[in-house]
Design a protein around this ligand. Sequence first.
Ligand code: MLT
Length: 395
Amino acid sequence: MMKIKVNENFSRVKESYLFSEIGKKVRAYQAAHPDKAVIRLGIGDVTLPLAPVVVDAMKKAVEEMGVKETFRGYPPEYGHTFLREAIAAYYARKGIKVAADDVFVSDGAKSDVGNIVDILGRNTVLIPSPVYPVYMDSNLMSGNRIELLEAGEADGFLGTPDVLDGETYVIYICSPNNPTGAVYDRAGLKAWVDYALTSGSLIIFDSAYEAFIKGDYPHSIYEIEGAEKCAIEICSFSKMAGFTGTRCAWTVVPETLTTEEGFNLKKMWARRQATKFNGVSYPVQRGAEAALTQEGVKQCAALVDYYMENAKIISEMLTKKGVWHTGGVSSPYIWLKCPNGMSSWEFFDLLLEKVQVVGTPGEGFGEAGEGFFRLTAFGSRENTIEATKRLESIL
Ligand code: MLT
C-alpha cells in the first residue's frame, strides 16, 4: 500500500464532473435502449463546422508545417505574436484597450479558469450561484474558502456587491452567465469593479459567451474604467468560432495587476504557463487568427445567428406551454423552471426516459440552480426542432 499523501481537497468535490456525470447517464441509457434516438442538448458543444476562412487558414498552416523552410517546432509559450496582436486588435475594434503583450493564448478557457488558482494564495473566493461549475470545483480542489453569491429570479440572476461588507475576495463573474444567460450592463459591472478596487479584490471575468451579446452590454470587463487594476479576463474561441474540438482561448492579465506585497500577476501567470504549458499548435493559432479577421468575424457571426434561431425555437415553445424561462437572447442557453416543482435531476431523468432529450440539471451549476434546467441551442436545427416537439409533448 502506498504511503504518499494526496491532495485531500479532492474529497470536497463530487465524484464526477457535471458533464461527465451526464455523459455517463446518457451512455447507460443508450446501452439499455439501443433503439431510442437520444438528442443531446446537455453540454454546450457546437455542431456546425468551422467557418471557411478558418479552415483555409489552418490548411495553409498545415502545408507550411510540411515544408522544411516553414516548418515550426514549439510555439512561443504565450502564443504567436500574430495571434496575440489579432486578439488585441479584436478588442481595439470594439474600442477596448488591451495590450497584445498582456494576452496569453491557451488551449481553452476551461484550462485557464482551472489553472489560474495556481498563482493565487489562500483567499476567500466569491462564486456566483448558479454558474459554470469549474470555478467551484477548481477552488475546492485547491482547498480555498468559498462564499456563494446566490442569484435568482428576483434579481434576474445577477448578483450585486451590495450584500458584501468590504472584505477582500477573488470574485468570479461570468457575463453572459452560463447557465442563465443573464448579462451585466455597464452600471452592474462598474459596481463590481468599484467594489474590487476599494476592497483590494481580484475579479476573474469569464467572457466566453461575449459573441452572443445582443444590445448595448459590455463585451469585456476592460470596458469599465479601473478594471485593468483589478481584473483578469478569460475568453475562448470555442463558442464564438466553433473551436470546442479545435481548442484555443486566451487570458488577459494586465501588466497593472500588482498586489500590496509587490507581486505582479502577469509575471506570475507567465511563469506558470512557461513551466506547465507548451502552447497551442501553429495551425490552430492560424485558424484562430482567421476567425478574428473582419471576414472571420462575419462568418462566425453567422454560426452564432444559426444557434440563436435554435434558441428562439425552444423559447417560443416554452412560452406557448407557459413554462417560465430566461436566457436564449444574449446566450446560447435556455434556463427554465422545472415543471411541477420537480428537482432538476428528476426532470433530467424524466426527459431522458420519456422523450430521450438530454439537458443539464440546474443543480449542477450550484445549489441556487436547483429546480431549474438548462437546454443548449448548439444542436443542429433538425435535432432542435425534433427535441422541441418531444418536449412540447410532455410539458
Ligand atoms: C457548458 O456546457 O457549460 C460548456 O460547454 C462547458 C465548457 O465550456 O467547458
